[in-house]
Design a protein around this ligand. Structure first.
Ligand SMILES: [Fe+2]
Ligand SMILES: [Fe+2]
Length: 450
């Protein structure tokens, strides 16, 4: 990590010096870029949970910063000081890692712009305020239109800033050229990002919400296989997706991830679908093997799901949902069965491999998974029955301390219970019966004609 603080500014500096512009000396430029990079990076790695979970976030962030500082000299050579593609890096980092990380990238990259402009503070202000303002005003980056919206905000803010900062100081023709370049620059960066993003996503397995939405159209080969081989699990996954999306939306978590992840959470069940209750007919294959074997088969859907997700290069956060949706919980049914058969076993012999959920979205998926299965077992479910059941299941998981690493607060959990109950009630409402006899059908037709 220390190497990052020392080496990264040097690499950024070397990359930006490629433009051979008259700029600050090596040492002062190194101190400026190094200072901005160190402060923003330490702040970000302390605040953004995902940097602590996956090292890929660190490498991808560093790569995008380096790529942008290689593009900056190109922008300078072609268009001058107002054509530096700072927004390219800011938008890429924001789309993949969120707004906090985008702000960190904006400050480091705007410092590089200022260094190229020979310590020009106005240049730093224009790039930093323009790009940070744009990402805060856009907030969500779920669609291509959001990217265009962000570029438009950046363009408007930059033009307004040049207009106010340089009016009266420089010749009119020069101003017009700067205004035009600053206005067009964010759009060029945006187009570049749309072209490059799928490659970064594929290599890093860090997905923007736009990439996640493309994955979640139910046409993914793994989801199709699930439908054919384990239809019960498929419908359970679709149900979970709806529950998780509403809950995430309510507590302000990433609702796109919460919607797409559940489609894949039980993907490992395509191997032995008949061993899972939702796909079983009259024959239960569990009856013919020992409790320990049963546990191994059931728990293996997590490991196999992880293997499939790695082979298909699913997003890291979706893979986390696969690994974490049972946490380190116990498969208590087979444990009890083993005890009743007087086998010498302990509770730890019947646990899922884990880890416990490490993000809010994975925590929601764990809760939804157990609630959905529990409510399915209810006969004639009413709203209060569903609510009681959901509360019981959630309390049990909370008391098992499975949610300790998920950053879900008690307030979040209360709201999740409310949302789950609403969605589950809506989905279990008794359907209006279709008329069965000819007389009933005729009665309906008569009423319709009135
Ligand atoms: Fe599962
Ligand atoms: Fe499940």
């Amino acid at each position: 990590m220390y190497a990052y603080y020392l080496l990264m500014p040097l690499l950024l500096l070397i990359a930006s010096k490629l433009s051979f512009v008259p700029n600050l000396g090596w040492i002062s430029a190194y101190i400026l870029i190094g200072g901005a990079n160190s402060i923003t990076f330490s702040w970000m790695s302390g605040h953004v949970n995902l940097f602590k979970i996956h090292k890929e976030y660190f490498w991808t962030y560093a790569f995008i910063l380096l790529l942008t500082s290689l593009l900056i000299p190109v922008g300078y050579e072609l268009f001058g000081l107002y054509g530096l593609p700072v927004f390219f890096g800011v938008l890429a980092v924001t789309a993949l890692m969120g707004i906090e990380s985008g702000v960190a990238a904006a400050i480091t990259l705007s410092t590089i712009a200022a260094v190229i402009g020979n310590g020009n503070f106005e240049l730093f202000a224009m790039y930093a305020i323009g790009s940070i303002g744009a990402i805060f005003l856009t907030k969500r980056f779920d669609k291509r239109f959001d990217f265009s919206k962000a570029a438009l905000w950046d363009s408007l803010i930059s033009v307004a800033m040049i207009f106010t900062m340089s009016f009266g100081f420089s010749p009119f023709a020069l101003q017009l050229k700067s205004l035009f370049l600053a206005g067009i620059n964010p759009f060029v960066s945006m187009i570049l990002i749309l072209g490059v993003l799928p490659y970064i996503e594929y290599v890093s397995r860090i997905y923007s919400n736009m990439g996640l939405i493309e994955l979640g159209n139910l046409g993914h080969p793994l989801v199709k296989q699930l439908l054919v081989k384990a239809p019960g699990t498929y419908f359970h996954s679709v149900m979970l997706s709806n529950m998780c999306e509403s809950a995430a939306q309510r507590i302000g978590a990433n609702y796109v991830l919460a919607r797409i992840g559940p489609y894949f959470h039980d993907i490992g069940k395509i191997k032995r679908p008949e061993f899972f209750a939702e796909n079983q007919g009259d024959v239960n294959p569990h009856d013919s093997i020992s409790p320990m074997m049963n546990y191994l088969v059931v728990a293996s859907h997590v490991k196999y799901g992880e293997e499939l997700s790695r082979a298909s290069r699913l997003p890291l956060l979706v893979e986390d949902m696969i690994k974490e949706h049972h946490g380190t919980r116990m498969v208590s049914f087979f444990y009890q069965k083993a005890l009743s058969e007087n086998l010498k076993v302990g509770p730890d012999d019947f646990r899922y491999p884990g880890p416990k959920p490490r993000t809010k979205e994975a925590g929601i998926a764990m809760l939804a998974d157990s609630c959905e299965a529990a409510v399915r077992s209810l006969k004639s479910p009413s709203l209060s029955k569903i609510q009681n059941m959901v509360e019981d299941v959630v309390n049990k998981i909370y008391n098992e301390r499975q949610l300790d690493d998920s950053s879900l607060t008690l307030r979040d959990i209360d709201q999740i219970v409310e949302e789950f109950s609403k969605v589950l009630f809506a989905m279990h409402k008794k359907r209006i019966e279709y008329p069965k006899t000819t007389e009933e059908v005729e009665k309906v037709i008569k009423v319709a004609k009135m």
